[in-house]
Design a protein around this ligand. Sequence first.
Ligand SMILES: [Ca+2]
Ligand SMILES: [Ca+2]
Ligand SMILES: [Ca+2]
Ligand SMILES: [Ca+2]
Length: 428
Amino acid sequence: MKKTKLGVLFIVMLLVISVASASMLIPAADKAKDNVAYYVESDNPVLKALLGVNHEFPGVFSTELTHGQVGFLSALGIKTEPVQIYQITGRPVCGDGIAHPSEECGEPYLPACPEGSTCVDCKCVADDEEPAPEGRSCYPSTQKPYGIVMVNGSSGGAGVTVAVLDTGVDTDHLDLVGNIKDCVTKVTHFVPDAKSCEDGHGHGTHVSGTVLANAGSDGLGIYGVAPEAGLMAVKVCDKRGWCYGDDIAAGIYYAADNGANIISMSIGGDSPDSQILAAIDYAVDKGVLPVAAAGNDGPTDGSIDYPGAYVKVIAAGAIDSAENVPDWSSRGINDGDYIIEEREVELGAPGVSIESTYNDGCYAYMSGTSMATPHVAGLAAKVWDTADGTLDGTGNAADTRSYLQSIANDIWTAGDDTATGFGLPIAP
Ligand SMILES: [Ca+2]
Ligand SMILES: [Ca+2]
Ligand SMILES: [Ca+2]
Ligand SMILES: [Ca+2]
């Protein structure tokens, strides 16, 4: 469109908006009632002021719109597009030990308490009712969970920053506090806990722990894959585990602009989101390596979720401790050529009954491709420096991705398969 035409449109729009705003734009107080999140293809400051802005992207902003407002913008020739809503891809393992990630569970906590105490609401309470000792009140059942052992983790990652885009993090968890470099929230969608980066759910703390928990200053906690890596916790999912595409995209831009080397996203949805894709292109251009969950919609071929399905994002499928693939782990459309294309699973990693850090300084078991993802992201951090062939404090995303593929052990069906891609990566 030519500039003069744009100018005319702008003036016409101002007139139309000034007349229409009273009737078309409902007061902010009522806005939450029938709003849906949209991307609006416009840089117009007047429009932004009138509609409100959740996030600004190049040439696009996101906001909540009513049905009437969408029609209004359409009449003006301004494109709108719904923001995709994704979900976290992990669930607590139930008290009965059933590890199906689609199953809701009321009893996620299984911390091991020291002798003479009992777990009550995720706190170890002394049996003689004396207060728990200072500092640590929860202990893991094992310091190096099976998944960490399988990928040969629990060391390394110095100088590497991993951005975990999730439900936030338990910022004072003893096994994480020493590695937290940054904690921000990008959540904008009407949730009570949106203003804090504290974990409103537990999932983000669990994922972060698998990447880089360091057992705490007392050495009695749990280990992640790369305990020397730095954590950038970027909250993009609310306490229900819902993650809006615009918040995710904003989180990716934030991570790329603030020094993240790796982005770990235990998040998935069935449809692509235009601004997440644009943000990923931006981050990869800046040298960032994104990793995401394959999803929990298996076992049909092609059940892989976005954003993992994007070519530039490593998609991680789940395996159990015997290298079997659970039915629920989403499958790609891998054609076996060892070239990763859109909607192909790239790697397989532990994702069944994974113990890791949880809210309130505790530990929990969770299952899902959400748990496979941080094993891969942590491994990327661990090998980041050496993957480029030199142990010199520097590394890069492209070499790290190739290296992860090269250290993958062929599992499940022979070759580059739909559930585990190149296979299970194991650090040397
Ligand atoms: Ca991919
Ligand atoms: Ca392929
Ligand atoms: Ca190096
Ligand atoms: Ca295989």
